[in-house]
Write a protein that binds this ligand. Structure first.
Ligand code: AMP
Length: 423
């Protein structure tokens, strides 16, 4: 099989790494990829959101399966476009990807399917939205409807903060058209967790549960980031919770989407909060998470390609997910100044291995300079992952490997995998 991976982050490096081990693969390409992925796949210089360019390339290069990492091309219809060209794609159509692309749509599906979630109202006008948050004393969460690069959610502390968020989105349009509509939710309290499943439109296969760390500094201090690390398994999702998520969240969502004529094929990610009133869905993503994918794929045994292909073709009935009993921890090395103003162009030393069994470094914001040296090129530079017998052992191995990598100004959290059930 000839496979094209779309994207350029740590998630896509992990996917390319796992796919490259499959005996079914005769050619592996990645667009646009990064230097780490370049060691495993032929890099094609097409942006991940250039749907037309990617579809043309996939056709010209006789690709059998396209594996899409990020949400933007999915929401823009890459799966629809590839289906027209007769190419199998791991990832949902635009209509199904609206579970991530429109928070109002996801809420509508949840309501129709009886999926537990925060109470909400949708607004396009400032006046009624302000009246609504005042009536709730500001204990709300304001969410831009569309894709806002992970910055479209404001958990408000009081009325002033909620009003400021509404004004920024609806009037100042800080997120452009993505904030022309907002969803205002009741603010929930509890432990957060996420569950990701491969879906074929009807059936699901749960991946091992992972938990990420979003704040930039230890003990969840500092601003939010794309994610500073992740670990798997997590005590927040034991087998009973996983079974409940499958039955009460994932399968009803798939049934409702199929009923609407939009079967969901690809990875469906449920972001959850365990509240005193039970499990509630905070959001859906229409793709694998980054950095959760990195430790999750470290724990998958066997060939991933038949599972991706079965999801793409709509029949997971013969797929079983074989999980390594060991724990995996992934620690993100971030650039100086991340997340506010990441500095790029710093030399990275010691990131290219070789590594011991069960240790991998997945690159993200990296590039080669004119002399061919590896340098930083983005906020999250790489994810160091390790397997170990238990989280402590996995942590020790990941941090030991990270200790061999040098980058000026590089910073990372020291408590990845320690969070357990803390917020
Ligand atoms: P989302 O992208 O919708 O998952 O929101 C991003 C983050 O905002 C979540 O990971 C939560 O920490 C927080 N959040 C979202 N919705 C709520 C809610 N209804 N109550 C409390 N916190 C929330």
């Amino acid at each position: 099989m000839r496979i094209l991976v779309v994207g350029s982050g740590g998630r896509e490096h992990a996917l390319a790494w796992k796919i490259s081990q499959s005996p079914l693969v005769s050619a592996l390409l990645c667009a646009p990829g990064n230097p780490g992925i370049g060691a495993l796949a032929e890099l094609v210089s097409i942006r991940a959101d250039d749907v037309e360019g990617l579809a043309r390339e996939a056709t010209a290069r006789r690709i059998d399966l396209v594996v899409v990492g990020p949400e933007a091309p999915l929401v823009a219809g890459i799966a629809d476009r590839l289906a027209q060209a007769g190419i199998a794609v791991f990832g949902p159509t635009a209509a199904a990807a609206a579970m991530e692309g429109s928070k109002a749509f996801a809420k509508e599906v949840m309501a129709a399917a009886g999926i537990p979630t925060a109470e909400h109202a949708t607004f396009t006008e400032l006046g009624p939205a302000v009246a609504h948050v005042r009536a709730r004393a500001g204990r709300v969460v304001v969410k831009a409807d569309g894709l806002a690069a992970g910055k479209g959610v404001v958990v408000a502390g009081d009325v002033a903060e909620a009003e400021a968020a509404l004004r920024a989105m609806l009037v100042e349009r800080v997120h452009g058209a993505a904030g022309a509509k907002v969803v205002v939710e009741e603010r929930l309290e509890g432990v957060e967790a996420s569950v990701i499943a491969l879906c074929d439109g009807e059936r699901v296969r749960l991946l091992p549960a992972a938990q990420d760390h979003k704040r930039v500094f230890d003990a969840d201090a500092g601003p939010n980031t794309g994610g500073m690390g992740a670990f798997s398994p997590t005590p927040a999702v034991d087998p009973a919770v996983a079974a409940e998520v499958e039955k009460a969240v994932l399968l009803p969502a798939l049934r409702e989407l199929a009923r609407r004529g939009h079967p969901f094929r690809g990875a469906l990610y449920a972001g959850l909060m365990m509240t005193a009133r039970g499990l509630k869905v905070l959001e859906f993503n229409a793709r694998l998470g980054d950095p959760e994918t990195q430790p999750i794929l470290m724990r998958l045994r066997g060939d991933i390609v038949p599972a991706l292909l079965a999801s793409a073709r709509g029949d997971l009935s013969r797929v079983a997910i074989d999980v390594d009993p060991r724990a995996a921890v992934g620690v993100v090395l971030a650039a100086d100044g991340y997340p506010a103003r990441p500095v790029t162009g710093d030399a990275i030393e010691g990131a290219e291995g070789p590594w011991d069994e069960g240790v991998q470094v997945f690159q993200a914001g990296t590039a080669r300079d004119a002399a061919g040296r590896l340098v930083s090129a983005g906020g999250r530079v790489l994810t160091v992952c390790a397997l170990g017998d238990g989280l402590e052992a996995a942590r020790a191995r990941a941090y030991a490997a990270l200790g061999r990598i040098r980058m000026r100004g590089g910073h990372f959290r020291k408590d990845i995998g320690l969070k357990r059930d803390l917020r």
